[in-house]
Each structure stands twice: as structure tokens, then as C-alpha cells.
Ligand binder design. Structure first.
Ligand code: AMP
Length: 309
């Protein structure tokens, strides 16, 4: 089954303690769709400017990503400039040039309207609602957001999260949105305002998933080399949704597997700048890392009877 994603296609300029790159391919929809393309067909809705090179379009097409929803407007492509210190969990935004993104009104091609899986990447929550209204009856809708929308459009965002199945945010965003520093309490507050399933990404500390009746904690794959965390969140979401769309399995076990696939995909993205690692990745490496993460985190239960000690 195919996934529809609406988000940003970007040029990123990034500085980490290990290097610096200028105007490389990035954007939430790019990371998401590349990651999801290892599992299923992806339809991408976004906007680019006149300066967006054919080379990047060829790459996305080579991943079988359907680009009929990729509009080209006059002007420049969205540009994000960010920096990370030694705490790679926190990005510092140095500049955001919206460019063609400023007037972006997502138009969903008719052929995408029956998409079963929809990912509303980080864009204006009012646009997220508009997209939602253009898709007939999706089976699963997940959405992301960022600090900017939490502070500037909290009411619109509340409306979005009530209308989607899964909210995927990082820990700082969960705290900010709920105005609660403790993550478990923050999750409860978000469930109280109508979030059905909350997934909290915690960078190198892994992922927590909260529903009304359960909590699932997944570790991140322990990496020796973390080069650039940009795109990790969207790559996670792509692996997560991609696996769900591939299998259609939304049981508790299926969703937990999807979280591990998401974490595995993100662990590859952070090994290099931009999409460089995902461009070289093959499916066997994904499966191998899934298995080794499972082996690393397995622990035994206690005996049914008697003292465990
Ligand atoms: P993440 O997965 O959260 O690291 O997302 C990284 C991507 O988000 C980068 O490639 C940026 O181009 C993109 N990005 C940064 N700021 C924004 C924004 N305000 N709107 C949409 N996309 C953004």
C-alpha cells in the first residue's frame, strides 16, 4: 500500500563538530520518503524552486518515489541552516529561508486522494488540516510538528492532533506542547487533549510510545559514529510508516516492529551528512541491524514461581 507524505524539500547547510556542508539535499519529505521507499511506494507532495537540480529529482525517482505532487514554483527552494554542538540531540536553527515554501498550498493530485497511509510532516498545522481534508478515508494518519508551530499556532495544532491517529514529536516538543517537563506526565496531558498514540523521539536515548493503555520503550541502536543527526526524526517516521504500510499490521506487535524499523533507519541516516548513507543502504543491512538491535536489547523474564534471587 502506498503512503502519501506532505512536507519540505530543502537545501540544508549544516555544521556539526565533525564537518560542515552547504546546500545539500534535505527536507522532511525527502528524508521521510527515501526511508519509506525501502518498504513501500511513496507519493510525495511538496514544492521546489527553479534552482532545484535534476540530479536530486533523478535520485528521488530512482527510489520509485512518485513525484506527480512535487510542484516547481518560481523562486528559490526552501533553505534551512543549522548547527549542532557536541550534544547532537539538539539542533540550533541559524536561519530558515522559506522561499517558495512561504506561499505553498499543498494540492493533492486526484490519484493520491485514496491513499491509505498519510504522513503530515512538519508544516503549518492549518496546511496539515487542509491536506487531511483532501484525502478520502486514510487508514492511518501520522503527523509531526516543531517548536515554531507549538508556540505560534497552538490552537491549530491541537485541532490537528485530535484528528490524526499518531503524533510523532521529539522530547522537547512533547514537553513544550504539554507545558510539562516530566515526559510521562507530558504524554498523559497530550493523550488528554485527544492524541491517540504518541511517539516521542529521544535521539540517542531511543523512542517512547504512549497510548491510553500502554507504554513501549525502544532503545536507539548504539552507534560509534554519529556524524549528523539532521533528518533522523523524519527517517524514523519513514521507516515506521513504511513498515506499517507494507504489512498493514497495526496490532501491538506490528506497531512495535514498525518502531524498531524506524529506529534502525534513523541510525543509518545519522552516520553521514544529508542522504549520503541512505543512498548506499540496502535492505539486507536494514534487516541485519534490526536483528542485532533485538539481540542487544533482549532480556529474560523472571521465573513464574519462587524468588528470582
Ligand atoms: P529532523 O528529522 O527533525 O532532523 O528534520 C530535518 C529536516 O527538517 C531538515 O532537512 C530541514 O530541511 C527540515 N526543516 C527544518 N526546519 C523546517 C521548517 N520550519 N519547516 C519544514 N522543514 C524544516
Amino acid at each position: 500500500m502506498s503512503i502519501l507524505v506532505v512536507g519540505s524539500v530543502a537545501f540544508d547547510s549544516i555544521e556539526t563538530p565533525f564537518g560542515k556542508v552547504d546546500n545539500v539535499l534535505g527536507g522532511s519529505a525527502v528524508y521521510f520518503s527515501t526511508s519509506a521507499s525501502f518498504f513501500t511506494d511513496v507519493n510525495l507532495v511538496a514544492v521546489i524552486g527553479e534552482d532545484f537540480p535534476q540530479e536530486h529529482i533523478d535520485f528521488l525517482s530512482s527510489r520509485n518515489i512518485d513525484l506527480r505532487g512535487l510542484a516547481r514554483d518560481s523562486g528559490k527552494t526552501f533553505h534551512w541552516q543549522g548547527r549542532y554542538g557536541y550534544d547532537l540531540n539538539e539542533a540550533q536553527t541559524l536561519a530558515t529561508h522559506l522561499n517558495v515554501f512561504e506561499t505553498f498550498k499543498p494540492r493533492i493530485p486526484e490519484s493520491y486522494a485514496d491513499s491509505d497511509y498519510l504522513f503530515l510532516a512538519n508544516i503549518d498545522p492549518d496546511l496539515q488540516m487542509e491536506v487531511l481534508s483532501q484525502v478520502d478515508s486514510p487508514k492511518i494518519v501520522a503527523s509531526d510538528t516543531m517548536n515554531y508551530w507549538i508556540s505560534s499556532k497552538p490552537e491549530s495544532l491541537r485541532n490537528v492532533v485530535k484528528n490524526v491517529d499518531i503524533l510523532i514529536v521529539n522530547d522537547a516538543e512533547a514537553r513544550q506542547f504539554s507545558q510539562e517537563p516530566n515526559l510521562v506526565k507530558a504524554a498523559r496531558k497530550l493523550l488528554d487533549i485527544g492524541v491517540k498514540t504518541l511517539i516521542v523521539k529521544r535521539g540517542e536515548y531511543g523512542v517512547l510510545m504512549f497510548t491510553r493503555s500502554s507504554i513501549f520503550s525502544a532503545p536507539a541502536y548504539p552507534l560509534e559514529e554519529v556524524f549528523d543527526p539532521t533528518g533522523a526524526g523524519d527517517t524514523f517516521a519513514g521507516g515506521f510508516m513504511g513498515y506499517l504500510a507494507n504489512t498493514g499490521d497495526t496490532s501491538d506487535e506490528g506497531v512495535r516492529r514498525a518502531i524498531i524499523f524506524g529506529s534502525v533507519m534513523a541510525s543509518f541516516t545519522v552516520e553521514d551528512f544529508s542522504l549520503n548513507r541512505l543512498k548506499k543502504l540496502n535492505y539486507n543491512e536494514i534487516v541485519e541491524r534490526y536483528r542485532s538491535l533485538k539481540a542487544m536489547t533482549h532480556f529474560e523474564g523472571l521465573p513464574e514461581m519462587g524468588s528470582p534471587l
